[in-house]
Design a protein around this ligand. Structure first.
Ligand code: UDP
Ligand code: MG
Length: 314
């Protein structure tokens, strides 16, 4: 792919059983793209839908040359469906958006302006979330705050995958080979100039959320384990505490023995249990520390990413 035939903009949306929203989605995206001007493409990924999503997509592709329909072999889940779309798209700038119109495509012109001003990533930050129950909002708020505490990567609070990114960021993203992909975290990890754009998140235009509790829990677990080795290191902390307590028991039982306040056998038993228990947790923690490093290494992320180099031989 040469630079010359890249469209200026790609819109990428994963679609899972979205037959009811897609006509409205295509209409609204089409209007926004007409307004922005320039060559563009709309990459829609059918994530193994059971409804008429694929028919809707192929009909749209036949009607509108901008539409690129991609169908996965089976349901891979939101993040991998999105990754498939990101791998296929060719644009210079890429708008990541959900198909359900919870994120208004009409924000694109504002995002483009911020990118013209030098942003590498313009991410939508949810001010309000309409049409989402208290449970969804509370668990989402708790999740973003928890992961914020567990990792050094600055993952923005209350931001989904709705964002405009540059080709450079996209290429770095698709070059990261890790299997468990938490896309919004990976984009944050890449860095560069990341600019928020506050917006009010709407209710779904049609259909229902494809994120039941089970998928939400898996998503959160993937996100946390992909970005934090804190759980792996927890046994280290427990180990230190247990070792300290074990040692205290050891001292206590020796003193008790010295003053003759014990039953025969109690001293050695307590000392062995305390010290051995503590040592075991500590050893588990040490294994955790090495496993954490091995895990980091196995993700194969780049060590650093150069943004600019100025000067040097001409
Ligand atoms: N989605 C997908 N595969 C799935 C689940 C969801 O491609 O297994 C898509 C879905 O079609 C939508 C986006 O991911 O475009 C976000 O899903 P949803 O709106 O159901 O999540 P919520 O907004 O409720 O968190
Ligand atoms: Mg949604």
């Amino acid at each position: 792919m040469t630079l010359a035939n890249r469209p200026a903009l790609s819109v990428v949306a994963p679609c899972y059983n979205e037959q009811d929203v897609l006509p409205e989605f295509l209409r609204r995206i089409g209007t926004v793209l007409d307004g922005v001007g320039g060559a563009s493409e709309i990459v829609l990924v059918d994530d193994g839908s059971h409804d008429r999503t694929w028919e809707v997509l192929t009909e749209a592709a036949a009607r509108d040359p901008r539409v690129v329909a991609v169908r996965l072999m089976r349901n891979h889940g939101h993040q991998l469906a999105l990754t498939a779309g990101l791998t296929v798209c060719r644009g210079e700038r890429i708008l990541i958006i959900d198909a359900d119109l919870q994120d208004p495509p009409e924000l694109l012109p504002d995002m483009m302006v911020l990118m013209d001003q030098g942003a590498d990533v313009v991410y939508g930050q949810r001010r309000q979330r309409e049409g989402e129950g208290l449970f969804k909002r509370a668990t989402a708020a708790a999740f973003y705050r928890l992961i914020g505490r567990m990792t050094d990567v600055e993952i923005p609070l209350d931001a989904g995958d709705f964002r405009l990114i540059t080709r450079r960021v996209l290429d770095l993203l698709t070059a990261m080979p890790e299997r468990h992909r938490f896309v919004r975290g990976m984009v944050a990890w890449i860095g560069g100039k990341q600019v928020p754009l506050p917006y009010d998140r709407k209710a779904r235009v049609a259909g229902e959320s494809k994120y039941p509790l089970s998928k939400m829990v898996r998503f959160a677990a993937d996100a946390i384990t992909a970005f934090s080795v804190v759980p792996l290191m927890a046994s280290m902390t427990i180990g230190w505490v247990m070792a300290a307590v074990g040692f205290a028991f050891f001292v206590y039982s020796i003193i008790g023995w010295a003053f003759g306040h014990t039953l025969p056998g109690w001293t050695s038993l307590m000392a062995a249990v305390g010290v051995l228990g503590g040592m075991q947790f500590l050893m588990l923690g040490i294994i955790g520390a090495y496993l954490g490093r091995l895990y980091d290494q196995s993700k194969g992320r780049p060590l650093f990413m150069i943004r600019d180099i100025v000067g040097g031989p001409k």
